[in-house]
Design a protein around this ligand. Structure first.
Ligand SMILES: [Zn+2]
Length: 276
């Protein structure tokens, strides 16, 4: 009885990912091969109900197909015209692994827009800014306010990230302050796709120490392929804090964006459960 009581308490106090992982391990046994989509349902319990055949079933009865039946897609096709399976198709590597990323391996860079639109709202057609809540960034070292979306616990998890980063030794401050931005309603440069920043679920840290695949010029005497060669200054200690609270890091993408962190608890939960 004591054990049961403790488990209930954990659930009540929202020990979040630990509970999600436990549920996933049980589901993985019941439904082998469904680890990543089970992680999706478990990571967004307010919105999502279950997987049924090829359908993601929402709490409000909405159904979205996991597989759109369009067959194998290139990375560009996945980015431009994804289904839910495409979004989950590249398993995010946790911790001090996954770098430099393999060619075209961009775990989390594929986003299924209709799902995010329904959970967070589409800022091009709805007033998202009004829903956002302030999170104090590095309470003792910066104290600035970052606007973030409260749905799915995103803002609450960012608050935990902020408090943990605040306790890191002073040498990390140059990577964290000033933060470079969070909510921004705009398409990704050169595309019509909405950035994760448009949903209020992404934050960029210090621009001065960032590397972005599009900014990088080939080294003297090297061809254009050298431009994409992975570069990074962001310390692992910072990445680990974000991952602990459900955020993925753009530094683990072949098309790297090392200042970018994005709240994607389904990918972190799938990684912890070993779900693929
Ligand atoms: Zn970003």
């Amino acid at each position: 009885m004591r054990e049961r009581g403790e488990r209930a308490l954990m659930l009540q106090t929202g020990a979040g990912l630990a509970v999600i992982v436990l549920v996933l391990m049980l589901q993985a046994v019941a439904e082998p091969g469904r680890g990543a989509s089970a992680a999706l349902v478990a990571a967004y319990p307010v919105f999502l109900e279950r997987i049924e055949g090829n359908s993601l079933v929402w709490k409000d009865g909405t159904r979205m197909p996991l597989d759109d039946g369009k067959g194998a897609k290139s990375l560009d096709q996945k980015l431009e015209d994804p289904d839910i399976e495409d979004m989950l198709s590249m398993p995010y590597p946790l911790g001090r692994t996954g770098v430099p990323p393999a060619q075209d391996f961009d775990p989390g860079r594929v986003r299924f827009g209709p799902m995010l639109d329904k959970m967070y709202g589409n800022c091009l057609s709805a007033d998202i800014a009004r829903k956002l809540v302030p999170v104090v960034w590095l309470p003792t070292k910066a104290g600035t306010r970052i606007m973030f979306h409260p749905a799915n616990g995103a803002a609450e998890q960012l608050r935990k990230v902020s408090e943990e980063l605040d306790r890191l030794p002073p040498r990390f401050l140059e990577f964290l302050h000033p933060a470079a931005g969070s909510y921004n309603c705009r398409p990704i440069a050169g595309t019509r796709r909405l950035s994760a920043h448009g949903y209020g679920i992404a934050i960029d840290i210090a621009t001065r120490r960032a590397h972005y695949w599009q900014w990088t010029k080939p080294a003297a005497g090297k061809g254009p392929d050298d431009a994409r060669r992975w570069r990074n200054d962001i310390p692992w200690e910072i990445v680990e804090v974000f991952e602990r609270h459900g955020f993925i890091w753009g530094g683990k993408w072949y098309h790297y964006d090392t200042m970018h962190f994005e709240y994607r608890p389904e990918l972190i939960a799938a990684a912890k459960a070993g779900g693929r």
